[in-house]
Ligand binder design. Sequence first.
Ligand code: C2E
Ligand code: MG
Ligand code: MG
Length: 575
Amino acid sequence: MQHNTPTPGPERDTPDDLLVRAAMGAAPDGIVLVDREGIILVANETMGTLSGYSVEQLRGQSVSVFLPPQLREKHAEHMRNYFLQPSKRPMGTGRHLWIARPDGTTVPVDIALGHCATNDGTAVAFVRDVSEMRRLQSHMHYQATHDTLTGLLNRWQFNQRLEQRTAESARHGRPMTLLLIDLDDFKTINDSYGHAAGDQALQEVARRLKGCLRASDTLARLGGDEFTVLLTHLAQPCDARQVADKLLEVLGQPCQVNGFNVSLGASIGMASLPDDAADAATLLRYADIAMYHAKESGRGQAAAYEASMGEKIAEKNLLHDRLKQAIETHALTLHYQPQIDRVSGRMVSVEALLRWNDAELGCVAPHRFIPVAEASGLILPLGAWVLETACSQAAAWAQQGMPLRIAVNLSAQQLRQPHLADMVQEQLQRHAVPNGLIELEIIESDVMLDPVQAQLFLARLKTLGVGVTLDDFGAGHSSLTYLKQLPISRIKLDRSFICTVLHSQQDAALVCAVIALAHTLGLEVVAEGVEEEAQVRFLEAQNCDVFQGWFFARAVPAPDIAALFRTLQAPVALP
Ligand code: C2E
Ligand code: MG
Ligand code: MG
């Protein structure tokens, strides 16, 4: 075949030829001129480097040399079509293209095309190596779709996948189940062992989850300690429960982080399509509701969505909205329940208890709204308000000649605030509360969440003259050994013991033993929920130090305390 290839040679080069050749040589992209048969007329140096052939090897070759054999015929047809209607094609408009090199490797390229009428039509291709750009693109795509810590899909990518799978599932009538996994008490690991340990724990969780799943399942980290699994190839719907149980089992096994043996544990919410929901957003919402339910029913378990769960959540949401408003409009009040000293027979202190009479919901009991406040974080502003009100009240009563100590309840979340001791100190100073008139009640299990931190906090309170009572003692997993180590002043026997102390020998024996032990440790004992005179007598006989309960008085508004202070007396003259 005859080719009108301009053969380079110093003797024939015109100044224009030299200029063109210099420009071709300096071009950053590969350039190839091809005739209508697909034969390479000219190739520049960059094209040689890019393709792995020398410029000499390329000249006279078919362009199909850049393609693997199976694509050559198709490409030849493209070429023929191109010459029928030649046009200009800029960079960036072709699909993902690449060229094959003689060593078997491939280079991703972008190709711009042009055409000149010389020699019965010549095509010119500008070939750009886009390896670096592709690498960057795929890196950026990975970053945008994966969680950097665990390497799992991230929330964004999971949502895409969920939408896609939902559509497929609807099309093929194939059921699928979404599992929403939330670690129990992950915050404690973070707070107690540091963020690096928290990160390690999350990586371990990802590894364990991955180990239990099949390639067809979609696993993602939605953020924080929340993971999700989409099961699309279930033989039958009940298989999802088995997967969930397996995940709980592997997550429940202790894990080593930073040399500590920590237990993870998780709660799982499940929702299925089409049984529970018809679209991705509802499926996710229902799984979330079920997860919330699993948490509420004691954690460490899996719950499948049921319609009644939605109603409970709606009620909680209503409670939350009203409570938020009540806090903002100062619609909550503090009532005070007297505490009677065994020795003097007089009221020496009170417990501050929140009361909420809502315009829409009526009276809402603390056991209904405190958990909502705790779950939503509202307990922090609410708790701060309780502390401030109690401080101001203690100072006011002291000024009126009633130096009553006020016991303020603290929730677990408040205990986790790093500046809680500073806040207490600030309120004591601001209201000039006489020493010893504020006391805090904390629940033993809350202290146990982070005993080391709690110990520091309690020690600091001691220096501020603030006593601490361990509330509801005996209701949880009481650990008597801790009593020795904690700088507390009192324990408050749980109402459930006082309630049965006259009827159950076992409870009576336990109450006696706890009072005796507390006394040997130098702690006072308060009995709460005292409703009958016989209970008072029993507790007196055991030298219980303080009584609180309806037998003496219910919690009353602050103005009613003065009258009780004057008249309230224990029923018998105590030794
Ligand atoms: P708690 O700290 O154990 O408070 C004692 C509860 O027992 C109070 O219920 C009180 O009214 C009730 N009680 C007192 N004497 C008797 C009695 O003789 N018989 C019976 N059956 N009950 C009696 P209340 O006021 O409903 O409070 C329930 C819980 O709500 C409290 O338990 C406390 O954990 C929480 N709470 C109340 N106010 C606050 C607060 O300001 N902050 C925080 N964090 N929690 C609070
Ligand atoms: Mg209390
Ligand atoms: Mg209590």
